[in-house]
Design a protein around this ligand. Structure first.
Ligand SMILES: [Zn+2]
Length: 104
């Protein structure tokens, strides 16, 4: 008889897998109702290969600047719907030099 575990473990899906199968992310802000669609591949370039459940905590609303109202949903839209969708695409990643000073 197989050993029984107290809970069933579900595999955590990573962004690389979401990109591989062509999933898209619907990211919205509950405060100002801003909604945007992103390609999983663009999020992968930006955040690295994190779990799709971790994407939410990395996002900040571009309108209100808040992080705590962001929700992220991944799905695989049918090709007919995908063609009609507008995506926010990653154009470039710029590294910003930030100076941190400390007095003696
Ligand atoms: Zn917002």
């Amino acid at each position: 008889m197989p050993e029984q575990y107290p809970y069933r473990r579900y595999p955590v899906q990573m962004l690389s897998k979401a990109d591989e199968i062509g999933q898209v992310a619907h990211i919205s802000c509950g405060l100002c109702n801003l909604r945007r669609n992103y390609l999983a591949g663009d999020l992968l370039k930006l955040l690295g290969n994190v779990s799709i459940f971790d994407v939410e905590r990395h996002m900040r609303c571009t309108q209100c600047g808040r992080k705590d109202y962001m929700t992220v949903k991944f799905d695989l839209p049918p090709p007919g719907d995908r063609v009609k969708m507008k995506f926010r695409r990653l154009v470039e990643i710029k590294m910003v030099r930030k100076f941190i000073w400390q007095d003696d």
